[in-house]
Design a protein around this ligand. Structure first.
Ligand code: CTP
Ligand code: MG
Length: 235
């Protein structure tokens, strides 16, 4: 049964990168020999079990067409939306034109260029026969505090069973599309895909991922990603 599974990837890449405060959206910054988005897409495309990739690009984007990858056979372009969840939904809608509703989709942020093939393979391995799907995560390492609006500590929150949600997040195409549509219809602008699946009452499975799968968010993340990419090349 699981040998019949097909895997696709949808990559939201239509953000402006406001926290990065660079001259171009962060997915187009140069890092270890190529742009952030080229690292991300080539890692997904080159995984042996990946059937194809859909990338959501902003309507006014002038950078995408300049990349060689924009003419890649196995990378299809959807239009980005106002929030990440709209960009993902647009990508899923394009994908549903040529994929089956029961196919698996890995949604992965363009801003996570260090995604390792081992994480993708591990995720497929754990989830291939799972009824819902799941996401990569990292168990919290620091002591957690909840504050009031003035920044005063109200309580120390136990970090037991507390995770940071990463991507990829992997669900069945039809079910994720439906879940996002339900959330958006209720004006719930989910910040990740698992939140939509949770919203329709299902329980995504958390899978411990690699710590080097960082999201480039602030300027200091670039040199960290540079170091991880160099390290991965050596191992
Ligand atoms: N994204 C998207 N469409 C949007 C907003 C975000 O496709 N309307 C994508 C980003 O390009 C990124 C991923 O979603 O690959 C995660 O979002 P985030 O890290 O928040 O990126 P930005 O929104 O670009 O950054 P910021 O929030 O600092 O502006
Ligand atoms: Mg954002």
């Amino acid at each position: 049964m699981s040998s019949l599974n097909r895997y696709w990837s949808v990559v939201p890449a239509a953000g402006v990168g406001s926290r990065m405060a660079a001259a171009v959206p962060k997915q187009y910054l140069h890092l270890h020999g190529k742009t952030v988005i080229e690292h991300t897409l080539s890692r997904l495309c080159n995984h042996p079990q990946m059937s194809g990739v859909v990338v959501s690009i902003s309507a006014g984007d002038e950078h995408w067409q300049q990349l060689d990858l924009s003419s890649h056979n196995n990378i299809h372009v959807a239009t980005g939306g106002v929030e990440r969840c709209h960009s993902v939904l647009n990508g899923l809608q394009l994908l549903s034109g040529f994929a089956d509703e029961n196919d698996w989709v890995m949604v992965h942020d363009a801003a996570r260029p260090c995604i390792h093939h081992d994480d993708l393979s591990h995720m497929i391995d754990v989830l291939k026969d799972h009824p819902v799907g799941g996401l990569l995560g990292l168990p919290m390492a620091d002591t957690m505090k909840r504050s009031n609006a003035a920044g005063e500590v109200l309580e120390t929150v136990s970090r037991e069973n507390l995770w940071r949600a990463l991507t990829p997040q992997m669900f069945r195409l039809g079910q994720l599309q439906q879940a996002l549509q339900v959330a958006l219809a209720d004006a719930f602008l989910v910040t990740d895909d698992a939140s939509a699946i949770e919203y329709i009452g299902l329980k995504p499975r958390l899978i411990a991922g690699r710590g080097d799968n960082i999201k480039i968010t602030r300027p200091e993340d670039l040199s960290l990603a540079e170091m991880y990419l160099a390290q991965q090349e050596k191992s």
